[in-house]
Design a protein around this ligand. Structure first.
Ligand SMILES: Cc1ncc(COP(=O)(O)O)c(C=O)c1O
Length: 385
């Protein structure tokens, strides 16, 4: 199964193309986590069948949806998930907001590691909860969780911890030791643990992604929720589907009531059709796509280290995102943004998009063709000529 790249996304209302430049072909958009490639054939075929049928009424989830997710978790990550633990949410972003709505109260505090994908901190702040940032520490080129700092953050009002694994934007895949540190910390302070694992299928050689549930003896007795989806994996985030894995029966009932209250009763018509092929028929394509994305990342890291040694570029543990440091240039974020945009015609996401802890960094998306990656790198080099 070929991986078909589509790097020109003008005139498609592409959200990662900035509105003010949308019609200008000279800019390269390397920000938003959405790859420039078409999904595998079995997914497209299922969508075409629905299109040809020509009716787009309300749909139900396919029979066995929960089993598809449960089998995937076992086969891919050796993680046992009972089928009844699986709930459907259109988006992870919605699911996170629903969890905050259901399990915390206004005025409660919630911990998030920063820099953070903005929807994670948004799910705290937009609901009138108090965001407690736990900035990651950079040690020898690796971001780590500040466990001492976490202890200082937890107080009587702290109710939850939102983890991102693999971590967007730094690309860290948390180790067993780090994950057990997080679960122990949450247990000690009786915190609900929410884990956003949407990037879990992008893990590079030498690293292993482990869903948090594998850290527990009996997840049904714990306050833990894992959110995941194949939308990043197959590059179909516009189809809008995700899973909530919630082992605790009491909490699951509460979450089901929230899903009902929010009126999220039917999946997107195309999402309903593609779930089976997506989970069962795309493995070979995923392997091929991942190998190509990994090559892009290595090419970029080698190029930057060789040609632009004043930047800090690492091969991430996971994700198709590169988190690039420019602290040693002494440039402010505004100056760096202008340099990239005006000289390089490059539009990445600048670090403070992920909160203040991201200052001095920008994020580049490597989920595109090798040719496009070369163009991005040439443009990056152009910034310093
Ligand atoms: C960490 C993380 N969580 C969630 C999302 C969005 O997920 P969804 O489209 O299901 O809301 C993204 C998208 O970039 C992401 O990076």
């Amino acid at each position: 199964m070929e991986v078909r790249y589509v790097t020109d996304r003008h005139d498609t209302l592409c959200a990662k193309y900035r509105q003010d430049y949308r019609d200008n072909p000279d800019y390269l958009y390397c920000g938003v986590a959405d790859m420039d490639l078409a999904p595998p054939e079995p997914v497209l075929e299922a969508m075409k069948r629905r299109l040809d049928h020509g009716v787009f009424g309300y749909t139900e989830l396919p029979d066995g949806y929960e089993k598809l997710v449960s089998d995937w978790m076992r086969e891919q990550y050796h993680c046992e998930v009972k089928q009844e633990w699986v709930l459907f949410s259109p988006r992870i972003n919605m699911a996170l907001n629903m969890a905050v709505d259901t399990f915390t109260e206004p005025g409660d505090s919630i911990i998030v590691n920063t820099p953070a994908y903005p929807a994670l901190t948004g799910a705290v702040e937009k609901w009138g909860r108090n965001l407690k940032e736990s900035p990651l520490l950079l040690k020898n080129g690796r971001f780590t969780i500040d466990f001492d700092g976490l202890e200082r953050l937890a107080d009587q009002k702290t109710r939850a911890y939102i983890l991102c694994n693999p971590h967007n934007p730094t690309g860290r895949v948390w180790t067993d030791e780090e994950l057990s540190g997080v679960t122990a910390f949450c247990k000690r302070h009786n915190l609900l643990l929410l884990s956003d694992d949407i990037h879990g299928d992008f893990v590079w050689p030498g690293h292993v992604y482990k869903p948090l549930l594998t850290m527990y003896h009996n997840p049904e007795q714990e306050k833990v929720i894992v959110f995941n989806s194949l939308t990043k994996t197959l590059n179909i985030p516009g189809l809008i589907f995700s899973s909530i894995i919630l082992p605790n029966p009491e909490m699951r009932r509460a979450m089901e009531e929230t899903i009902d209250r929010w009126g999220l009763h039917n999946p997107n018509v195309f999402a309903a059709d593609i779930l089976k092929p997506a989970y069962r028929e795309c493995g070979e394509w995923v392997d091929r796509m991942r190998a190509q994305v990994y090559e892009n990342i290595k090419t970029a890291q080698e190029f930057i280290n060789r040609e632009l040694p004043w930047l800090d570029a690492y091969v991430p543990d996971g994700t198709y995102l590169m988190w690039i440091g420019y602290g040693r240039t002494g440039l402010s974020e505004e100056d760096m943004r202008r340099l990239l945009e005006e000289k390089g015609h490059l539009i990445p996401l600048m670090g403070t998009h992920f909160k203040e802890a991201g200052r001095g960094w920008f994020r580049l998306n490597m989920g595109t063709s090798g040719e496009q990656v070369n163009k991005i790198l040439e443009r990056l080099a152009l910034c310093w000529t």
